[in-house]
Design a protein around this ligand. Structure first.
Ligand code: PAD
Ligand code: ZN
Ligand code: ZN
Length: 376
């Protein structure tokens, strides 16, 4: 029997307030309104950004259904939806692409003005939510919310993908892989023969590393305080790995020594800490080096640094969602996956049922997992 037009009762993992574990409860998911799409989630990944939500490091409105890296099938669509139809396999887009705002129209832009990263309102465009628990509204997260059996997103936040794409792999294109790969290939535009340093070797950092390798970098230095991450980093293309804990001097000085005082051509911060953002900047060449911030900074953080770091010519950039135009670029990356242009298997270290979401986050916090996929 069709569920279109009806409220769906289903399981979701809610964070009721910061620092509280995910609670699996039954919520109500309202039908999609005009230009909205209701999606049945098939598989969703655990990204560090969701941990920031649970830890209270990112500004969000609670209670919230987090989760933003997933794949699903369209269950029903609201009036006026043209780009997807019921039954289509889709990836929800945490960074929307409305196609009409200035960043969407600028060839170099991708921070669609419909994004909810900064305002973090946690509601649909009309200011209301499609989720409720015991009659009270529950917020969404970055226009997606995938820690639920069903979600509702705006049509700007969903991309139709190849129906044959395997859910337990392709979910990673919804955030981690695309963010890292794009940061190297699109934001930094890593050049053949160049040297790169990647700070943080989690799911996103390893994807940066894969992007550097594809772009032809000849030297890729991986940096992490957890040496258990080194073997996989080397398998994926790191030429060397170092731990800042092995040195008395700051890690940027270590990297300068490793590069005969030159610094690397490209550096990437993929942790989300102020000190490592500055260390990554100081590690790239003082004149033509490019440093990219990928790690999500705590919402309340501020930084101070010597202006000389920039004065000599370094370029410092941020990269959200790998600089990709989400609705256009995600289906293409899925086709590349299907054509075996890259392999996501090494990044997916754990598979758990959705109910074990807290266990999945523990694995991430203990540094034991790269990516855990939750199957619905
Ligand atoms: P992760 O926790 O799997 O990886 C982070 C890695 O950093 C781990 O291996 C840690 O051991 C390592 N680390 C921690 N502290 C240090 C330190 N002081 N020095 C060196 N290494 C350290 O996270 P992830 O890969 O899922 O995400 C990484 C960051 O990227 C995180 O801040 C997340 O919020 C952010 C992110 N940004 C975007 C975006 O669009 N910009 C998208 C997705 C994730
Ligand atoms: Zn993410
Ligand atoms: Zn836009």
């Amino acid at each position: 029997m069709s569920t279109a037009g009806k409220v769906i009762r289903c399981k979701a993992a809610i964070v009721f307030e910061a620092k509280k574990p995910f609670s699996i409860v039954e919520i109500e998911v309202a039908p999609p309104k005009a230009h909205e799409v209701r999606i049945k989630i098939l598989a969703t990944g655990i990204c560090r950004t969701d941990d920031h939500v649970q830890a209270g490091a990112l500004k969000v409105n609670y209670p919230v259904v987090a989760g933003h890296e997933a794949v699903g099938v369209v269950e029903s669509v609201g009036e006026g939806v043209t780009s997807v139809k019921p039954g289509d396999k889709v990836i929800p887009l945490c960074l929307p692409q409305c196609g009409t705002c200035r960043p969407c129209r600028n060839p170099e832009g991708n921070m669609c003005e419909k994004n909810d990263f900064l305002a973090a309102k946690g509601v649909m465009y009309d200011g209301t939510s499609r989720f409720s628990y015991k009659g009270k509204p529950v917020h969404n997260f970055v226009n997606t919310s995938t820690f639920t059996e069903y979600t509702v997103v705006h049509e700007d936040s969903v991309a139709k993908i190849d129906p044959a794409a395997p859910p337990e792999k392709v979910f990673l294109i919804g955030c981690g892989f695309s963010t890292g790969h794009g940061a190297a290939t699109k934001t930094a535009k890593v050049t053949p023969g160049s040297s790169c340093a990647v700070f943080g070797l989690g799911g996103v950092g390893l994807s940066v590393l894969m992007g550097c390798k594809v772009a032809g970098a000849s030297r890729i230095i991986g940096i992490d305080i957890n040496k258990d991450k080194f073997p996989l980093a080397k398998q994926l293309g790191a030429t060397e790995c170092v731990s800042p804990l092995d040195f008395k001097k700051p890690i940027n000085e270590v990297l300068l020594e490793m590069t005969d005082g030159e610094g690397v051509d490209y550096s990437f911060e993929v942790i989300g800490r102020i000190d490592t953002m500055i260390a990554a900047l100081a590690s790239c060449n003082l004149n033509y080096g490019v440093s990219v911030v990928v790690g999500a900074p705590p919402s309340a953080a501020e930084m101070t640094l010597s202006p000389t770091l920039i004065f000599t010519g370094r370029t410092w950039k941020g990269s959200v969602f790998g600089g990709l135009k989400s609705k256009d670029d995600i289906p293409k990356l899925v086709l590349d996956l299907m054509a075996k242009k890259f392999n996501l298997d090494p990044l997916i270290t754990h598979v758990l049922p959705f109910d074990k979401i807290n266990e999945g986050f523990d694995l991430l916090r203990k540094g034991e997992s790269i990516r855990t996929v939750l199957k619905m």
